[in-house]
Design a binder for this molecule. Structure first.
Ligand code: FES
Length: 170
């Protein structure tokens, strides 16, 4: 005994067509979502901003007022998927224990490393005898401008710099 009308071939075909379209449509959506997420994951490092690149120099107590300190750091540079490490240092000085200045360790004449002479209270460059005062200003010699500076801030009692120096005016 039949319980109702038998489905026609046409309605059978249109149901199959609908289900096929639904499966292909869902497959397309899944491919787009997974493909987009995967592409974003692999491309994200290439667009990461260097502006987030602050490095830790250590506690503020490492720098005594009037006595510049040579503080070492490791800079990590990311180029897409490759991270390179570079060891360097900054000269950091403060006059009051609250405001700090971080100098690029390269002389602004031709890039030689200079040093702090505590007896004279000056930075001395051995290459061509440039002399800078404790604030990085040129005292004498061929340097065309004062010492370049790293942006610096204090976070939780620690000195943080961005290791891209900024030029100062002569
Ligand atoms: Fe320092 Fe020339 S590089 S004085």
């Amino acid at each position: 005994m039949s319980s109702g009308p038998e489905p026609t071939k046409d309605s059978d075909l249109s149901r199959r067509g609908f289900l096929s379209g639904l499966i292909f449509g869902l497959g397309g959506v899944i491919t787009a979502v997974l493909g987009g997420a995967g592409t974003a994951y692999f491309l994200a490092p290439a667009f990461k901003k260097e502006a987030e690149n602050w490095v830790d120099l250590g506690p503020v107590s490492a720098v005594k007022p009037g006595m510049p300190a040579k503080l070492e750091f490791v800079e990590r540079k990311r180029d897409a998927w490759v991270t390179a490490e570079r060891r360097s240092f900054a000269w950091v000085q403060t006059s009051n224990g609250r405001d700090f200045t971080a100098f690029d360790p390269r002389c602004t004449h031709l890039g030689c490393p200079y040093r702090w002479d505590s007896g004279k209270g000056q930075f001395l460059c051995p290459c061509h005898t440039a002399v800078f005062d404790v604030n990085g200003k040129v005292v004498s010699g061929p340097a065309p401008r004062g010492l370049d500076r790293f942006p610096i801030k204090v976070v939780g009692g620690r000195l943080m710099i961005r290791p891209q120096p900024e030029k100062v005016k002569a």
